[in-house]
Design a protein around this ligand. Structure first.
Ligand code: ATP
Length: 465
């Protein structure tokens, strides 16, 4: 028996097991902002490292970058964010909830993504007249017309907050790729990469999102992992297809079932884009398939705009032909929090076992927060505890490990199952004479006797690490 969790169950699980907490909870909580606890941080970092290894280590032509969150404010004018980076907002006059108009329309099968406000308000009016439009929070019918709501988050640097003007305001970046475009010239001048090449980075991004209540799926502070691939326009079709295949395979390699993800092709493209797809995951607790990652062919728009606004020449000179042109860009862009939620949802399994039901996180071992747990069978037998501690000490340099001597062995197994630990090692009385231990596998619950001399080799083989 296996059942996928409701959102409230997953939120409660994340809190009680130290995966994720609402930010500033003791002060009443910040809406749509989350902190990651011990196991959550480990899981999130493992997902990030898996992405990074694939992107940068396994693709020789992809370079690394870590650019600052604050950027020249004019860059956001150039990129169009200051004028266009907004969502259509509707307010419920009854319960004061702020709602995304395009999401309200989606519920009726009307695609309003990036549509003009007039179109959105016409569609909303039609639904209002038919008495179909209701606030999803309180069920009330008194909703305002849609208005544009900027997602940009403002801050101040070098200016007192009470003197914040349009001239001295700075923005917290709403996406990480901007820093890649602004460093394109530095990268070309210092590292001299030849087209095609990519630049990858992981970092925080900030959006003043209208909607809350989607847990880690949509937050106002989040981490993005983006890769911008610079190429000749004639390379776009082939490379776009190759990266699509590559990214799809990455999900399968980490245990995502093919039927839980799908492609969404954007029909309405930005004026500079030639193709755009999203990978969507079937989040049942969010009502079905939702975007996880975007793969977009962006033309030469980004570099052209930054070239124009900065006054810098951002063209590329072909080293063989001396031809000069602005490279085109395709990007892959994914939210680390959304991947975190997807892996948790996929792994979260409740199943019947002999002594009742167990909750187990069936994570790929490479992603598991804890790789190995070591238990002495009894905590009041010093010789068992000493040997178990020896084993833990030997393994700690190689694996994120947990030592546990609390409660009975069954409870300890359950605790490790719940946080997704793939292997647990028990030191018992036979271990003292035979110099061996019991290794239990999380998913099959199969137990194997392994000699201490061969323990590292055995774990290495089982974990694939
Ligand atoms: P959505 O339509 O869900 O608002 P988007 O199309 O605005 O997303 P992009 O700007 O393409 O998203 O950002 C790329 C990726 O960054 C998304 O696929 C998602 O994984 C992640 N992302 C974007 N906004 C958020 C957010 N507020 N919270 C968490 N992750 C986000």
């Amino acid at each position: 028996m296996s059942k996928k969790p409701e959102m409230s169950e997953l939120v409660a699980f994340c809190k009680s097991r130290g995966f994720a907490y609402q930010s500033s909870e003791i002060y009443g909580g910040m809406s749509a902002i989350y902190d990651y606890g011990h196991y959550g941080t480990l899981l999130k970092n493992n997902i990030r490292d898996a992405w990074w290894k694939n992107m940068v280590q396994e693709h020789a032509e992809v370079l690394a970058l870590d650019s600052a969150i604050f950027m020249a404010p004019l860059a956001w004018k150039a990129s169009g964010h200051l004028d266009n980076f907004d969502d259509p907002q509707v307010d419920c006059k009854t319960c004061k909830a702020r709602l995304r108009a395009d999401h309200l329309l989606e519920e009726f099968g009307i695609s309003a993504d990036k549509q003009p406000l007039d179109f959105i308000n016409q569609e909303l009016d039609k639904l209002k007249k038919e008495n179909k439009l209701k606030c999803p929070v309180c069920g009330g019918c008194d909703l305002t017309p849609a208005k544009r709501f900027s997602l940009m988050v403002k801050s101040n640097i070098g200016a007192p907050t009470d003197e914040l003007t349009d001239e001295n305001v700075v923005y917290l970046r709403p996406e990480t790729c901007g820093g890649i475009y602004l460093n394109y010239k530095n990268i070309i001048d210092s590292l001299h990469p030849k087209l095609p090449f990519g630049v990858a980075q992981v970092g925080k991004a900030f959006r003043n999102e209208i909607i809350a209540r989607q847990f880690i799926f949509r937050t106002r502070e989040f981490e993005q992992m983006e890769m911008q691939y610079f190429l000749r326009p004639e390379q776009m079709v082939e490379k776009f297809a190759a990266w699509k295949a590559d990214r799809w395979q990455w999900y399968l390699n980490f245990g995502i079932q093919a039927e839980k993800i799908r492609w969404y092709k954007h029909e309405k493209l930005a004026h500079y884009a030639s193709d755009a797809y999203d990978i969507e995951y079937d989040f049942q607790f969010l009502g079905g398939f939702k975007e996880i990652e975007g793969i977009h062919a962006r033309g030469d728009w980004d570099l052209s705009q930054h070239g124009k606004f900065s006054g810098c020449d951002l063209s590329y000179t072909d080293p063989y032909t001396n031809e000069k042109f602005i490279p085109h860009i395709m990007e892959t862009s994914v939210g680390l929090g959304r991947l975190f939620l997807m892996f948790l949802d996929q792994a979260y399994t409740k199943e019947s076992v002999n002594d009742g039901e167990r909750l187990v996180l069936k994570l790929d071992p490479r992603l598991s927060p804890i790789k190995v747990a070591v238990f002495p069978l009894l905590r009041n037998k010093p010789e068992l505890v000493a040997l178990a501690q020896d084993v833990a000490k030997r393994l700690r340099p190689h694996y994120q490990l947990e030592f546990d001597d609390h409660g009975n062995i069954g409870k300890r197994y359950r605790r490790q199952d719940e946080i997704g630990t793939p292997l647990t090692i028990t030191v018992d009385f036979d271990s003292l004479t035979n110099q061996d231990v019991t290794v239990r596998e999380r998913d099959s619950m199969q137990q194997t006797r392994v000699s201490l001399a061969k323990l590292e080799e055995y774990l290495h083989e089982k974990l694939g690490l």
